[in-house]
Design a protein around this ligand. Structure first.
Ligand SMILES: *Cc1c(COP(=O)(O)O)cnc(C)c1O
Length: 391
């Protein structure tokens, strides 16, 4: 059986996890900070906050940015539902923008026309998604966001190690905090770095960083200079007593465990190697499919693409999907447009609202893409696709 994505766990990964299981801390130990520091360095951001999963990361971002009932936030319909749901958790309203038909990323012109169509202040933020591993040009989005006073949460779940080239030709890594206020990552097993469950927020903004730390752990602070209550109320005499702490805002338990963090650090060491393999697999698919009449949407291998997914657009997608399944190749569809989920339809969205995204959805299919996919397996996938179209 060949899935569309798969984790890669080595003996070294197992060893570091086992060591943590035998140590003093299963959670809230030293591995969290080690993982955060290594991850911040990897993406080039100042701060990183490890959390329970990517969805928790998105929720914490929305909370840290004070998303409130009625706030309008723009995102793409071609993403995992969590990118939009985080705004709903806080009572905010999601407005979908169209995708670019070639890159499948949120279309900045569609975002701009939404912004131009409403009085300034209507929208509070944008959540661009580095879909499939292709980095959004966040410099352009930042310029637009500044014009309209918006924040940006970059959903970089698909793109650790990905980058775009800015207007000066500099490589700007996904999640480096230079353009977006906050960026989030997931460590679900189908993503590049697997912790079982896990997530990360990166930022260069110290205020947001401190808020995230507090919100991650129940809204509790433990620091003498931050307390609101008096020493007397706290039960001390000249100082706050050793046990004292304060819950100052309504937070959550969104912590990552220490053994997951150790697994993350170990996996991160192989991230560049994995990225290299993904790019080689993409190159092979590209050359195997170039010129095939049944495929559209093919482009050359792009330097900054992190290739979380390898997507092709085809005629008779259902037929191809079923044919692949018969051969035990489990391709997948990314994504059923978010606005067509019954939940978002219940909020007023309907078929026809996003014609480009809907057209893409009818034709897209994600072929197997993961670092341990062998040459023979990939060849078998390519042959099976070609066989279906008699080419
Ligand atoms: C996986 C994913 C998430 C959610 O991450 P979890 O760790 O599964 O909660 C959010 N956005 C995108 C684009 C994802 O791919």
């Amino acid at each position: 059986m060949i899935p569309y994505g798969r984790q890669n766990i080595t003996d070294e990964d197992i060893k570091v996890v086992t060591e943590v299981l035998k140590s003093e801390y299963l959670t809230q130990g030293p591995n969290i900070q080690e993982f955060e520091t290594a991850f911040a360095n990897y993406v080039g951001a100042k701060y990183a906050v490890a959390v329970a999963n990517g969805t928790a990361a998105l929720h914490l971002c929305a909370l840290a940015l004070n998303v409130s009932p009625g706030d309008k936030v723009i995102t793409t319909p071609i993403t995992f539902a969590a990118s939009a749901n985080c705004i709903r958790y806080c009572g905010g309203e999601i407005v979908f923008a169209e995708i670019d038909p070639l890159s499948y990323l949120i279309d900045i012109d569609s975002v701009r026309s939404l912004l131009e169509g409403s009085p300034k202040g209507t929208y509070k933020g944008i959540i661009p998604v580095d879909f499939a591993g292709r980095a959004v040009n966040l410099e352009d989005f930042k310029n637009l966001a500044e014009e309209y006073g918006l924040w940006i949460i970059e959903d970089a779940c698909h793109a650790p190690g990905g980058f775009f080239n800015d207007s000066e030709g500099q490589e700007q890594r996904c999640g480096n905090g230079k353009f977006a206020d906050l960026a989030i990552f997931s460590f679900h097993p189908v993503k590049h770095i697997a912790c079982g469950e896990g997530g990360m927020v990166t930022t260069n903004n110290i205020e947001l960083y401190n808020k995230l730390l507090t919100l991650r752990t129940h809204g509790i602070v433990k620091s003498n200079d931050l307390y609101v209550n008096s020493i007397e109320l706290a039960g001390g005499d000249e100082n706050y007593p050793g046990w004292y702490m304060e819950m100052q805002t309504l937070g959550y338990n969104y912590r990552l465990t220490d053994f997951q963090a150790a697994l993350g650090t170990s996996q991160l060491k192989r991230a560049d190697e994995g990225l290299e393999k993904r790019r080689r697999i993409a190159e092979k698919y590209n050359s195997a499919f170039s010129g095939k009449s049944f495929i559209s949407g093919q482009s050359g291998v792009e330097a900054g693409h992190a290739y979380h997914l390898y997507i092709i657009e085809v005629d008779n997608r259902l037929g191809l999907y079923n044919h692949l399944r018969e051969k035990k190749i489990f391709a997948q569809i990314h994504y059923i447009p978010c606005h067509l989920m019954p939940y978002y339809q219940s909020l007023g969205w309907e078929i026809g609202d996003m014609p480009i995204a809907e057209h893409y959805y009818r034709r897209c299919i994600s072929l197997p893409m993961y670092p341990t996919l062998t040459d023979e397996e990939q060849l078998f996938v390519i042959q099976t696709v070609n066989e279906y179209y008699h080419e």
